[in-house]
Design a protein around this ligand. Structure first.
Ligand code: TIU
Length: 222
């Protein structure tokens, strides 16, 4: 066992590195680059770019330490059979999930926009979870994978802070995982939602997780 203590709020957290996974949520071109789903929803996608460098640094260290690395992608089957009507039928019909965008059909598996940004691209041996929802546990085998690897704690990075990161951390917390969220490794189209989203996680004694930053997480893992 290799316990390290990560400085975090509301208090430092001891984790066994061998039982900790790095989870990178939805660092996809559809959310981070112009012409994707994020932009079709009316967002300024440049706001998410800040999270890429800190994620790259944490990812590089996790790889060096041999940690389990999990990447997720939000998206749907080409026939949309796994996409709830309630999710598809919102927004401008020309820009909905499945519509043709500049990076292929929006939020559809196999399309260019659905893929992970080049700077954080998975390497051989890393797990990629395709998820139809906002949370990474819903309708995926993430829970089974973490269970079989004996994982107890998660470092959760990605976009967006208050949507897919939050939903995943809430799901993980209810399943008994300790979640550390390095705030600078996350991003939102709404800076105030990012700030408040992080505060919500760590309030009330860490009601569903711990909040830290890439510097403190890496200091502990080193
Ligand atoms: N990955 C993720 O957060 N999906 C979203 O749709 N986020 C928004 O903030 N729209």
């Amino acid at each position: 066992m290799a316990y390290v203590t990560v400085d975090a709020e509301p208090e430092p957290l001891a984790i066994d590195v061998a039982k900790t996974a790095l989870v990178l949520i939805d660092m996809q071109r559809d959310f981070l680059e112009a012409g994707g789903f994020g932009e079709t929803l009316g967002n300024d996608v440049s706001l998410l770019g800040k999270a890429v460098r800190p994620c790259q640094a944490v990812l590089a260290l996790a790889r060096k330490k041999g940690m389990l690395v999990i990447h997720t992608r939000e998206g749907h089957r080409p026939d949309l059979s796994d996409a709830p009507k309630a999710k598809v039928e919102r927004g401008d019909p020309r820009l909905r999930i499945g519509a043709a965008g500049p990076m292929g059909r929006i939020l559809i598996r196999g399309e260019a926009g659905h893929d992970i940004v080049a700077s954080l691209y998975p390497i051989a041996g890393e797990t990629v979870i395709d998820k139809p929802g906002k949370g990474a546990f819903y309708a995926t085998d993430l829970g089974a994978i973490l269970h079989h690897r004996g994982i107890e704690s998660l470092i959760v990075c990605g976009v967006t802070t208050e949507v897919c990161v939050h939903t995943t951390v809430r799901e993980a917390n209810d399943r008994g995982y300790r979640c550390i969220v390095p705030g600078d490794c996350c991003g939102s189209y709404f800076p105030e939602f990012h700030e408040v989203g992080l505060r919500m996680i760590k309030a009330q004694g860490g009601i569903f997780g711990w909040v830290s930053d890439s510097t403190r997480v890496m200091r502990a893992l080193e």
